[in-house]
Design a protein around this ligand. Structure first.
Ligand code: ADP
Length: 498
């Protein structure tokens, strides 16, 4: 049968999705299955691995059914996933020794603080490109080995560690390959970014036996074929990449300096830096963009903890709006915020400030401040925080990108996108396909089976929908950024004494 489609499995934090695309990049069918979040203690987050697997398989089967295609018409499957989430399973049965420790889980924060206090921080950054944090997989794996007394079993090869891509590959692909793609490996805090291999020094530092680590593979390339029990035919599984990396790919950010910002609960900005990590990190992470034919492409990454979440806060806690979409109409009902700035440092501030003791504040309130000014200030805060990331990346790399590609739920807000263009001074471009993560994974799978010869060949599927041109004067931009930085300065270290 002629091959007509590519399927992306998008295993996210709250749901497992599957999307079927035709070979011209058009979406044919989608299926989304949510699964429960497990919070055993404050600050701890887990997922049941069986639920991840069940929802992902079911989403795949249902999406394919909805597409009306025969499974034999599917050329390949690509996997993209929530990153850093850590699983450990038995090599003989595939059964996990515990629930997955989710990227958000803070249970190893003290471990990381101890590593930094012992003077290992710079070494970790030099080797991995990461800023040491409980977010990454390394200390989560160490925690599992310590807690369950499994180090010996891990050393004798009885256990397999993996991120969600590895876990899915092991369970969905015939023959149970134990693999991880290079983008996911670059989020473990165990992977040497420049040398593209597990780092012995880091393994020693965290007391992790190499025998439990998966083999690092390219982001595009056939890992094996789907277990025929799932769709009835052995479809090639031909790509794996972390969600932000797949979205960078789906946004066709193939040349150094091309950059995207995903506006979800938080914001994730990634810029392609080409065949080398950025010379200067300046509070940003260095990470893999993807690896193709053994050739590494790198990216620099910064994130905003509270992005769209500030709009959820307006809705759920302050009850100022009924739904997220309404924020646009309310914000544009006034000319400006009347001098109000909102710094949503609810959980501290990330790049470029890195202050976990910063707390939220609203400043510049007057008797004339009302709902509209506050809603507008909340939306502007998403843009100001993103502008700080872009400015840091520009400074690290020595040039300002020529445009910013956007996606994610909050990028539907036209006011926010225009303000972001204004405050950054570059055009903000919204593509037609907003499912850039799944789109990227599907295109990568297409490369993996040779349907497309190169990433550049897939660039034609990326189409612009709307461009927001900057309209603000340089003077005004500098004045607003100056005021914003003053507001941020006042939010710093607020919770240090409490
Ligand atoms: P995630 O993948 O992190 O769950 P999504 O990409 O689904 O996030 O985006 C959801 C976020 O976007 C929410 O925080 C929501 O408040 C915000 N959001 C959605 N629509 C709008 C809108 N029109 N204006 C502003 N924020 C929005």
């Amino acid at each position: 049968m002629t091959k007509k489609a590519l399927v992306a499995l998008d295993q996210g934090t709250t749901s497992s999705r599957a999307i079927v695309f035709d070979l011209e990049g058009r979406m044919l069918a989608v299926c989304n299955e949510e699964f429960p979040q497990i919070y055993p203690q404050p600050g701890w987050v887990e997922h049941d691995p069986k639920q991840i697997l069940r929802t992902q398989i079911s989403a795949l089967q249902r999406a394919v059914r909805r597409s009306g295609l025969h499974p034999e018409e599917i050329a390949a499957i690509g996997i993209t996933n929530q990153r850093e989430t850590t699983l450990l399973w038995k090599r003989d049965t595939g059964e996990c020794v515990a629930n997955a420790i989710v990227w958000q889980c803070r249970r190893t924060a003290e471990q990381v603080e101890a590593l930094v206090a012992a003077g290992h921080g710079e070494e970790i950054t030099k080797r991995t490109g990461l800023i040491p944090d409980a977010y990454f997989s390394g200390t989560k794996l160490k925690w599992l080995l310590d807690k369950h007394g499994l180090r010996e079993k891990a050393a004798s090869g009885e256990l397999c560690f993996g991120t969600v891509d590895s876990f899915l590959a092991w369970h969905l692909v015939s023959g149970h390959p134990h693999v991880i793609d290079a983008t996911n490996a670059s989020r473990t805090m165990l992977f040497n970014l420049r040398e593209q291999r597990w780092d012995d020094e880091l393994l020693k530092m965290l007391d992790i036996p190499a025998a439990c680590l998966p083999q690092v593979v390219d982001s595009c390339g056939v890992i094996g074929t789907l277990d025929p029990e799932i769709l009835g035919v052995p479809v090639p599984v031909a790509a794996m990449a972390g969600d932000q990396h797949a979205s960078l790919f789906g946004q066709a950010c193939f040349t150094p300096g091309s950059v995207k910002n995903t506006h979800g609960t938080g914001c994730f900005m990634l810029m392609n830096t080409g065949s080398q990590p950025a010379q200067k990190q300046g509070g940003m992470l260095s990470t893999m963009a993807w690896r193709l034919g053994g050739k590494a492409s790198y990216a620099t990454e910064g994130s905003v903890f509270i992005g769209g979440a500030v709009i959820q806060w307006l809705r759920d806690e302050l009850k100022l709006i009924k739904n997220a979409a309404e924020s646009e109409e309310i914000a544009t009902s006034v000319e400006d915020t009347g001098g109000v700035f909102l710094v949503p440092a609810f959980t501290g501030l990330g790049a470029p400030w890195w202050d976990m003791y910063a707390r939220g504040l609203m400043v510049g309130l007057t008797r004339g401040t009302g709902r509209a000014q506050i809603v507008r200030a909340a939306l502007e805060s998403i843009a100001f925080q993103s502008a700080d990331l872009l400015a840091t990346m520009a400074e690290n790399c020595g040039f300002l990108p020529k445009e910013l590609k956007v996606d994610g739920g909050a990028s539907a807000n036209g006011f926010l996108m225009q303000f972001e263009a204004d405050i950054m001074g570059i055009p903000v471009v919204r593509p037609r396909i907003m499912e850039t993560t799944a789109f990227g994974a599907a295109l990568m799978a297409g490369i993996g089976v040779g349907i497309y010869a190169s990433p550049e060949e897939t660039a034609r599927f990326w189409q612009r929908d709307l461009t927001f041109e900057p309209q603000m004067s340089q003077t005004k931009r500098e004045e607003l950024m100056g005021r914003w930085h003053e507001a941020v300065r006042r939010s710093l270290k607020w919770a240090e004494d409490t």
